[in-house]
Design a protein around this ligand. Structure first.
Ligand code: UD1
Length: 354
């Protein structure tokens, strides 16, 4: 069987790594990279570090408006699918690359498998939410990470082809944590002591593209101090545009986007994590690091239910207060994202296609 995996953005490379390894034990795999992320730090360093096979195609779509980006991707993906005729297309997560891959495939009557299906934040202004809903409703295999995601799909009337397989990011984390501990020099490089710094990330459009929100977050970060902030290019651009960059720079440690292994080490040793990323909320939970989420909603409700994650939105005082005070109950940790065998499960189920 020939399978085409479609990726384009940083979190998708992390999800592809363990699945690609497993799929290639049994099937032929073709990797199509849309080119949504293209900077070395956002792209190639993940392929190198996680030993992901070189993409067979890079569509070089780059940045643009949502319609431009998604449209270009669809046109280019369609051509490749027509040429290569895979029997299945695999898409990951909720980016524009996910939606473009799913739509282009389904219209050519090629079955689609969606890894990380059923996630919802119930806010259609969030671009990822539209991508998730549309991708789920045209997919033939819905690989869900959590019970909540299964329930979400059922509530939307999807009754078949739902598979609760666990979270594929647990596979990547488990396969790489020891390697990270051996290889990463990031703490020395940044002169950080374990447990003595906050790790922050911020990149969501709802925060970066809204002056008030970004200003509040910046001011809160400056007061919390001892923050390390690997900076997403989107955020850097907006901070400069809003003239907030200089202020932030003076008070906190801003570093370029870092590799997966370095990120695991920074996460594991942080006192607390402040983030608006979905993947980092989960990684914080798995690594048992308290997480303060700079959003009003989350798709990863289990992290909040167990008390390891708190949603604080973007109010300055609330961010500062929780950075100082928020503390989970160590006992309440049920490891609800799976056992690291998600790739095996997915591959077995896909194998049933034959
Ligand atoms: C995308 C995903 C988001 C995911 C995130 C992970 C969508 C709608 N969003 O957001 O779900 O959490 O990836 O990072 O698909 N840029 C660069 N270099 C790059 C990539 C981006 O400079 O390699 C800059 C460009 O200015 C670009 C901006 O970042 O305009 C936004 O990039 P884009 O791919 O549109 O969305 P992300 O914010 O990365």
């Amino acid at each position: 069987m020939k399978i085409a995996s479609i990726v384009g953005a940083r979190p998708q490379f992390i999800k592809l790594a363990p699945l690609s390894k497993e799929i290639r034990k049994f099937f032929e795999e073709l990797v199509i990279h849309t080119g949504q992320h293209y900077d070395y730090e956002m792209n190639k360093q993940f392929f190198d570090e996680l030993k992901i096979p070189e993409p067979d195609y890079n569509l070089d779509v780059g940045s643009g408006t949502h319609a431009e980006q998604t449209g270009k991707m669809m046109m280019r993906i369609e051509k490749i699918l027509q040429k290569e005729e895979p029997e299945l297309v695999v898409v990951f997560g909720d980016t524009n690359s996910t939606l473009a891959g799913a739509l282009a495939s389904v219209k050519l009557h090629i079955p689609v498998a969606h890894v990380e299906a059923g996630l919802r934040c119930f806010d259609k202004k969030v671009p990822e939410e539209i991508n998730r809903i549309l991708t789920d409703h045209c997919s033939d295999f819905l690989f869900c990470p959590t019970k909540t995601s299964v329930e979400n799909l059922k509530k939307e009337g999807i009754k078949e082809n739902i598979h609760l397989v666990g979270d594929i990011m647990v596979d990547t984390l488990k396969q790489n944590l020891k390697i990270a501990e051996q290889k990463s020099r990031i703490l020395d490089k940044l002169k950080l002591e374990p447990g003595e710094y906050f790790l922050a990330t911020i990149h969501r459009a709802e925060n970066t593209d809204n002056y008030e929100n970004l200003k509040n977050i910046t001011e809160a970060f400056c007061e919390i101090k001892k923050i390390v902030l690997p900076l997403h290019p989107r955020t850097e651009k907006k901070l400069k545009e809003y003239k907030l960059f200089e202020k932030l720079c003076r008070n906190i440690k801003i570093i370029p986007p870092i590799s997966y292994l370095d990120m695991l080490i920074l996460e594991k040793n942080a006192k607390k994590i402040l983030t608006d990323s979905g993947g980092i909320q989960k990684e914080a939970y798995i690594l048992k690091v308290p997480c303060i989420t700079l959003r009003e909603k989350t798709e990863w409700v289990e992290t909040v239910e167990d008390g390891w994650n708190i949603l604080v939105g973007t109010l300055k005082e609330k961010i500062i207060k929780n950075a100082n005070k928020f503390m989970p109950n160590i006992e309440d940790h049920k490891m609800r994202f799976g056992d690291g065998k998600t790739s095996e499960r997915i591959t077995k189920i896909i194998g049933g296609l034959r």
